[in-house]
Write a protein that binds this ligand. Structure first.
Ligand SMILES: [Zn+2]
Length: 345
């Protein structure tokens, strides 16, 4: 009789279910409390014959252990379910979430884009990981030309026998222009903003990545005069209506003739001060007429079309506009620095 009862209780206990803590407590009382079923067995145990006592005792212990394990198991199950129910993210910022500020480079980049958009330029985009063909070769950098050293970058794949197949991080956004010219015929009037990379030691004045906005205009009868007028308009919009510009001869592989553009110092108005190193002028960008070799390499007839191109560093313009003295501050994520630009939004 007692053995049968133990067997049936074993079966019963092994199939117990409960959906909350109250039900589990009820089960604990029913089986494991002083007045519970298992303790009740002990009363009958006294009447078991001496030679069977050991075997029955083992069975009762087995039942008791099963009941304890089962109830613990049920407890764990319901706790997991409960904790999944209230899915609270304790790392989340408390309300009200403070409003952030735009990054100074974004503010200035948007301002540059806005000025050129009003002059009819549209945005073009390109890959940050590009091939040598678009970043250098099509832009009139010969394979062994020292001009490549001016723009040493980071290589992802280097081809053993064909330099144009090298895969690299773009060193300027002019690569975007090469892609655009391949797929579009003039008139082309685009600006290409984006991040670029250079193999440079990081210092207050140089970084291994920075941002550019480059412009390209190709059409019939485009002349240097057009370039000068567009850049003068840009300089006056960006730095004030009194701004003067000057162009100094320079060299870039992809433009001929090429020039560096300075603006009159907006601190001293051209009188000469510490900021402009007492010259009255501050350098802001490079420009020139697109070399016919570039047009031909990108599938545009250089006998029919001419064009100009210019490129500026967003960091450079931001440094001038907001007097930031150390390039590294732009990428350090220091909230104290970023908060300075709250009002510039
Ligand atoms: Zn000055």
């Amino acid at each position: 009789m007692l053995l049968e009862k133990i067997e049936s209780l074993l079966k019963e206990v092994s199939t117990l279910t409960a959906s909350n803590a109250d039900e589990i407590e009820q089960l604990r009382l029913k089986y494991l409390s002083k007045k519970g079923e298992i303790n009740a067995l002990m009363a009958d145990f006294r009447n078991v014959a001496a030679d069977q006592k050991k075997m029955v005792g083992v069975k009762i212990n087995e039942l008791k252990q099963l009941a304890i394990n089962k109830i613990n198991e049920l407890k764990q199950q319901t706790e997991t379910v409960e904790s999944q129910k209230d899915d609270i993210d304790l790392t989340r910022t408390a309300y009200p979430i403070p409003l952030g500020t735009r990054h100074p480079l974004t503010i200035v980049k948007n301002e540059i884009i806005d000025i050129f958009r009003r002059m009819g330029f549209t945005l073009a985009d390109g890959p940050e990981i590009d091939d040598d063909l678009h970043v250098f070769t099509k832009l009139n950098f010969a394979a062994d030309h020292p001009a490549r050293d001016m723009q040493d970058t980071f290589f992802i794949e280097q081809s053993a026998n064909d330099v144009t197949k090298n895969v690299l991080l773009r060193s300027h956004t002019s690569g975007d222009q090469a892609h655009y010219m391949e797929t579009h015929q003039p008139p082309i009037r685009i600006i290409c903003p984006g991040r670029v990379y250079r193999n440079e030691a990081i210092s207050a004045r140089a970084h291994c990545f920075f941002h550019q906005v480059e412009g390209l205009y190709i059409d019939k009868n485009v002349s240097f005069t057009d370039l000068k007028q567009v850049l003068l308009t840009f300089a006056r919009e960006m730095f004030g209506a009194e701004t003067k510009i000057r162009l100094r001869p320079s060299y870039f592989p992809f433009t001929e003739p090429s020039a560096e553009m300075d603006i009159s110092c907006f601190i001293c108005g051209g009188e000469g001060c510490g900021f402009c190193k007492h010259t009255g002028w501050v350098e802001i960008l490079g420009c020139g007429m697109v070399d016919p070799n570039v047009l031909e390499a990108c599938g545009i007839d250089s006998k029919v079309y001419t064009g100009y191109a210019f490129g500026m560093g967003v960091e450079r313009i931001t440094n001038l506009k907001y007097r930031v003295s150390d390039l590294r501050m732009f990428s350090e994520n220091d909230m104290r620095f970023l908060k300075e630009f709250e009002a510039a939004n």
